[in-house]
Design a protein around this ligand. Structure first.
Ligand code: OGA
Ligand code: NI
Length: 372
């Protein structure tokens, strides 16, 4: 690099840091920029050209993630066996599927989306009070881009995070935003039960005891909610809603509104997860992949930015009891001489701390550091 280039490089990283700080100190996230009327996206959101070029020609329009009808699960033997078979196939082939007829009232799903939207669209001064980057100890907080200072380009998304992991699943209702509190507490109870059912159906499909995965995930004690808000973007082709990543979780249950934009990587192509009214999206993360010794894989997904709408999604992650002890390792029954353990034992705390200390594009899908 010649001196002039070196100078420009330093200058631009200096400017970038300044822009990042200004954005962070504004405490209003991406929505704050859109409300201010910007017509061009700020430089901090522009993805490197080589990353954008890599995306060309990688779409697959003619397939979609499996949809599983969960009605009568556990009520009728044949039906239950069928659902288990479908779930295990979808989990192995896709690691991502949608569930319909899961028993959670549609009105509650709609209310949950509405309340999440109301949080993000409330009066700016009130919302600012929730802004924080204290990812290790706060329970309820609002921010934009947990990896703002680490990533190559910021994502076009804001987040309200509710972390019940540090309190064994008990959130203090006083800490929740008032407009969002009651619906959320009701919603999570339903989702915990559904997560347990899905883990049960996978346990059975893998030939394990029905409670095996549920007992490890301890859903009611290990949950966190990620309420995402993706504002309409004036230049969506230059940025992204959420960088490609694999969740850390055992299992994630996601509710999306009707805007769309979520895509999963399937056979090296990005496939849209089409919004289905009343459906919940299920996906698996690195923890499930490691404990099932690669039988079920954590799948890479991302969200593209769009010019239309403002998208709401609500993800609940289950990551197992928050502990620094290495309590998770490959399930014995899933390993054998021909199928030796692939991964070391690990702790949920270790994984989560590592997740929050790196950028999403760096966390990626790679599990090499955990291999034996
Ligand atoms: C996530 C995630 C997808 C979405 O928060 O991990 O993948 O649709 N969200 O917002
Ligand atoms: Ni995700």
């Amino acid at each position: 690099m010649d001196t002039q280039n070196a100078f420009n490089e330093t200058q631009s990283s200096h400017d970038r840091l300044k822009e990042l700080k200004e954005f962070d100190e504004g405490k209003l996230g991406v929505k704050g920029l859109v409300d201010a009327g910007i017509q061009k996206i700020p430089g901090i959101f522009v993805r490197p050209i080589e990353d954008r070029l890599k995306d060309f020609g990688t779409y697959s329009d003619d397939i979609s993630v499996p949809v599983i009808d969960f009605s009568h699960f556990g009520e009728n033997e044949d039906r239950t066996a069928e659902i288990i078979k479908e779930t295990i196939m979808a989990s192995k082939e896709w690691g991502f599927f949608q569930v319909i007829n899961h028993g959670i009232p549609k009105e509650l799903l709609e209310l949950m989306i509405e309340r999440s939207r109301m949080f993000h669209e409330q009066d700016a001064e009130t919302k600012k009070l929730f802004y924080s980057r204290d990812f290790q100890s706060k329970h309820v907080y609002f921010f934009s881009n947990h990896d703002l200072y680490q990533s190559k380009a910021a994502n076009w998304r804001d987040t309200l995070y509710v972390n019940a992991r540090l309190t064994n699943g008990e959130v203090d209702p006083q800490e929740l935003p008032p407009i969002y509190k009651d619906v959320t507490l009701e919603y999570v109870n339903h989702i915990h039960k559904l997560a347990d059912l899905i883990l049960m159906s996978i346990s059975l499909g893998l030939g394990l005891e029905p409670e095996c995965l549920g007992n490890m995930a301890k859903c009611t004690k290990s949950w966190a909610i990620i309420n995402s808000y993706y504002p309409a973007c004036p230049e969506p082709e230059l940025t992204i809603g959420l960088d490609a990543h694999v969740d850390t979780s055992f299992i994630t249950l996601l509710l999306q509104d009707n805007i769309g934009g979520l895509q999963v990587l399937h056979e090296k192509k990005w496939v849209n997860v089409e919004p289905i009214s009343g459906a919940l999206i299920v996906n698996f993360g690195k923890i499930l992949q490691m404990i099932t010794n690669d039988m079920i894989k954590g799948i890479c997904h991302r969200v593209i930015a769009k010019t239309i709408g403002r998208r709401i999604s609500i993800a609940i992650n289950y990551n197992g009891i928050y502990s620094s002890e290495k309590i998770h390792g490959p399930i014995k029954e899933l390993t054998s001489e021909e199928n030796p353990p692939i991964y070391k034992k690990f702790s949920t705390e270790g994984l989560i701390k590592s997740f929050f200390s790196k950028s999403l594009d760096e966390v990626g899908a790679n599990l090499d550091e955990f291999k034996l």
